[in-house]
Design a protein around this ligand. Structure first.
Ligand code: A2R
Ligand code: GDD
Length: 311
């Protein structure tokens, strides 16, 4: 069975390669941007820019994958405010290029499009935890592009009877995530402070936001189960089902260190709009696949702090 990961050089890609290769025994093919490196053994690596549809067709014709995980994206909410056009290009045009190339070259392949819990955006209190059929009211540019990708996926599934499934992944964390994201950012700062590379002041953004965090290893396990057991045209939330305040995350990370660290708000880390709470209802995923998260948040935080200390 051949699995293709598009956009596999990022944070999730490395974990997904290992999961598919070691736990599912798949033949793994993976794409990366030309400037990136992938050091995982046992995966065949290709350069691919998803803005080039012909290149996607050439690759798919050669590989003829049975299943495709589409991870490639401009994945940062913060960057999407700074570079909206790039975010729209990669996430919307790139996404439709992938769908159309699959339709042209391997229409029987099962396809998983990775979207985001951010798609729900401004959720009302009575709508929490959020179910898949909830209205989407995206509150930032990244989220709007992922809504668009989700709609396109559903249209391709219905119009062309393709096995396209979508996930809305809530925040995922773990070692090796870049410090653009909150947990990696705070853990790196702890390591830098302990090593004397930073004064003992933790710079933070909005601590009142509540987000639903899952270990990336649990997330890729969910992706493997959805692509196998999910239904065409359907969307599945992937999250822990529990929102936690960023303040609480900060407290847990600070508790990992013996250093005396003060906390300072950094205006540059605040966003024009930051949705107050995002929490997943994962009933649909659990019923379709039997998935449940296995790695507790405290373990992920411990391992992420250790990862940054060892860098
Ligand atoms: O941004 P880069 O140059 O590091 O490369 C990213 C890649 N990518 C592209 N691949 C092909 N064609 C493009 N035009 C293109 N633009 C960016 O997609 C990166 O290697 C990969 C995405 O990986 P990360 O940014 O690390 O995202 P992560 O955390 O692995 O999330 C995977 C998926 C994404 O769709 C997120 O939006 C979603 O899960 O949360
Ligand atoms: N990055 C960052 N840095 N965020 C901070 C900081 C900080 O110093 N301080 C507070 N925050 C808050 C942000 O304002 C946001 O409310 C929350 O922490 C999480 O921010 P990020 O870790 O940057 O993630 P995100 O929620 O914007 O996006 C992530 O999760 C989405 C799913 O919900 C990304 O992984 C997306 O790709 C993913 O789709």
């Amino acid at each position: 069975m051949k699995s293709l990961i598009i956009g596999g050089a990022g944070f999730v890609g490395a974990y997904l390669i290992r999961h598919l290769r070691d736990e599912k025994g798949r033949e793994v093919y993976v794409t990366k941007m030309p400037h990136e490196e992938i050091s995982e053994d046992g995966a065949k690596v290709y350069d691919l820019n998803i803005l080039d549809k012909d290149a996607i067709c050439t690759l798919l014709s050669e590989v003829q994958p049975d299943e495709i995980f589409h991870l490639a994206a401009q994945s940062s909410v913060a960057v999407s405010w700074k570079n909206p056009a790039l975010t729209v290009d990669v996430n919307v045009k790139g996404g439709v290029n992938v769908l159309d190339a699959v339709r042209d070259t391997c229409p029987k392949a099962r396809v998983l499009l990775i979207g985001s819990g951010e798609e729900y955006g401004h959720v009302k209190n009575e709508e929490m935890p959020i179910r898949e059929e909830n209205a989407v009211r995206p509150g930032n540019i990244y989220a709007a592009t992922k809504v668009c990708q989700n709609l396109l996926g559903a249209i391709y599934a219905e119009a062309y009877q393709m096995d396209v499934m979508m996930v809305r992944a809530f925040n995922h964390i773990g070692p090796n995530q870049i410090p653009q994201f909150v947990v990696a950012d705070f853990c790196k700062q702890v390591a830098d402070i302990e090593a004397g590379r930073q004064e003992p002041v933790m710079k933070v953004g909005n601590l009142s936001a509540r987000r639903d965090f899952t270990d990336v290893r649990d997330v890729v396990r969910a992706y493997g189960m959805i692509i196998e057991k999910g239904s065409a045209g359907e969307t599945y939330n992937v999250g822990s089902g529990h929102a936690i305040a960023i303040q609480e995350i900060l407290d847990k990370i600070l508790a990992e260190s013996k250093a005396e660290i003060s906390v300072e708000k950094d205006p540059n880390k605040f966003r024009p709009v930051d949705v107050p709470v995002i929490e997943a209802d994962t009933t649909k995923l659990r019923e379709a696949t039997g998935w449940k998260p296995q790695i507790p948040l405290t373990q992920t935080i411990k391992e992420t702090v250790e990862y940054w200390r060892s860098k």
